[in-house]
Write a protein that binds this ligand. Structure first.
Ligand code: ADP
Ligand code: MG
Ligand code: ZN
Length: 479
């Protein structure tokens, strides 16, 4: 590599409060255009904003989860610009005194652990959405998203590759999910990022001129846009040309970006303190109380899963991809007393069911402790692993306990050797040819006979018991 890339991210996450940041309109995604708005969030003259306390608390929680300092005094500011998705013609945001500053998280890179600094996290309101595709000659505005509370997480230019950026965004996403402040649904735009990229020749210190690509809403898109931009800038420098500081629009379908505007016509936002919202202040004690109330974060869970529970890092990370799945696993593990068995069953069978049914972990129609009961029955040899899978499939249909399904289907393992003996004898009597072959020394036939017995016992035979009985019955015939 001739050049060293530098990347800084501005990650926007919509907060999952019930209502908007300055009014009581709902924040839920979608809805008929312009049905979730009121005079406040559509910026009609004479209306006054009232700050949503939960939005402020969520910003503090996000800041603590991402190791930031919380400013004891912060305020909101007006950022003035005109665009049709912003009916007030200004956005209420934070300028010089954001709620959170000086944080960061550690990511894993091929060269080892690396700390990525977060400069600030501020609270602001989202803008509406413009729909360009419905009619040929004009665009439509949907103001449902206006006033949805948003945090912006700004990193220092500490990332050096698309892989690091991906790792960072994934980790931030998990932290926000686990602290319960955002659902981080990238496909719904509730997590999106502006990507700043520059390169500089190897051996030099001063950072190169950066370009910025706005509103990229998938982790894959973020990584691809970075790689494409590094390549574009490298070609320019190779040709002896200069990089222009500009905003570019990333087209994820084409896999390329186009210039939108250069810094010369950059906005002058004329920030000034928002006069209609009182400043925010916290005491040290309040901040400490927030820190104590923070839910258990994925880092800590990962350490427990791979340490105490003995799971592989791959399985642990798989379970941690969603808070619901991780909670589900923890209650199953607690109930059955064997975290490793719970992890194996969940990462294979439960995830398969989710995949087949198109459900997500939040929608599993029974609790982790119910699965734990099923796993305990397997552990105790009361049902076979094969039948446990069938029980699981039925549990996913909803409404039924594993115990009831097992009783109904007669899955309970037969531990009565008398019943097993009778079945084995019947099978041996009905398979004279195979028996003769086995007695003549063809050991492979044993597996065939074993299969016949299991089938006849409808999978309920304790395999160990069946094997023993079959072996001893065949030995009798030998004798
Ligand atoms: P603006 O508000 O104009 O977008 P900021 O100074 O807030 O500018 O920076 C925005 C982002 O750009 C930050 O994440 C920062 O780390 C990143 N950044 C700044 N300088 C560079 C650079 N030379 N190369 C890459 N990223 C940079
Ligand atoms: Mg920017
Ligand atoms: Zn409203």
């Amino acid at each position: 590599m001739k050049y060293i890339p530098t990347i800084g991210l501005e990650i926007h996450a919509e907060l999952s409060t019930k209502s908007k940041i300055f009014c009581d309109c709902p924040v839920s995604f979608g809805g008929e255009p312009n049905t979730r708005c009121c005079p406040v969030c559509t910026g009609l003259p004479g209306t006054l904003p009232v700050l949503n306390k939960t939005a402020v608390e969520y910003t503090v929680k996000a800041g603590l989860a991402l190791n930031c300092e919380i400013n004891e005094f912060s305020k909101l500011d007006r950022k003035n610009y005109f665009y049709p998705d912003l009916p007030k013609a200004y956005q209420i945001s934070q300028f010089d005194l954001p709620i959170c500053k000086n944080g960061g998280i550690t990511i894993n890179t091929p060269e080892g652990e690396k700390f990525i600094r977060i400069e600030r996290i501020h609270l602001e309101e989202d803008a509406g959405k413009l729909l360009h595709d419905s009619y040929d000659n004009y665009s439509l505005a949907d103001y449902n998203r206006c006033g949805v509370p948003l945090i912006e997480i700004v990193t220092k230019p500490d990332l050096s590759s698309s892989e690091e950026a991906r790792e960072f965004v994934e980790k931030v996403r998990l932290m926000l999910l686990y602290s319960g402040v955002s659902d981080c649904r990238m496909e719904e735009g509730s997590l999106r990022a502006d990507v700043n990229v520059s390169i500089r020749p190897q051996g030099t210190e001063e950072l190169g001129t950066r370009t910025e690509m706005k509103n990229i809403n998938s982790i894959r898109g973020i990584a691809r846009s970075i790689d494409a931009e590094i390549e574009r800038q490298s070609e320019l420098l190779d040709e002896g040309k200069k990089i222009t500081q500009e905003t570019r629009r990333w087209d994820d379908n084409k896999g390329e970006s186009k210039s939108m505007r250069s810094k010369e016509d950059a906005h002058d936002y004329r920030y000034f303190p928002e006069p209609d919202v009182v400043p925010i202040s916290f005491t040290k004690e309040e901040i400490e109380a927030f820190r104590k109330a923070l839910p258990e974060l994925p880092d800590k869970r990962l350490a427990e899963y791979t340490g105490e529970f003995g799971l592989s890092e791959v399985d642990a990370n798989l379970l941690l991809t969603s808070v619901s799945l991780s909670d589900f696993f923890e209650s199953a593990a607690k109930e059955c007393g064997n975290p490793k068995a719970a992890s194996n069953f969940i990462t294979v069978e439960v995830l398969r069911q989710l995949n087949d049914t198109g459900l997500s972990a939040e929608d599993i129609p029974f609790g982790g402790e119910v699965l734990g009961r099923l796993l305990k029955l397997v552990e105790n040899g009361e049902i076979t692993a094969a039948n446990a899978k069938k029980v699981l499939a039925e549990m996913f249909e909803g409404g039924k306990n594993p115990e009831d399904i097992i009783a109904e289907k007669g899955y309970k393992v037969i531990n009565d050797t008398g019943e097993v003996e009778n079945t084995v004898k019947e099978i041996l009597a009905g398979n004279e040819k195979a028996v003769a072959e086995y007695l003549a020394g063809k050991e492979k036939t044993f597996g065939f006979l074993m299969g016949q017995c299991s089938r006849a016992l409808a999978g309920r035979g304790n395999p160990k018991v069946v094997q023993e009985v079959l072996r001893s019955e065949l030995n009798k015939l030998k004798g």
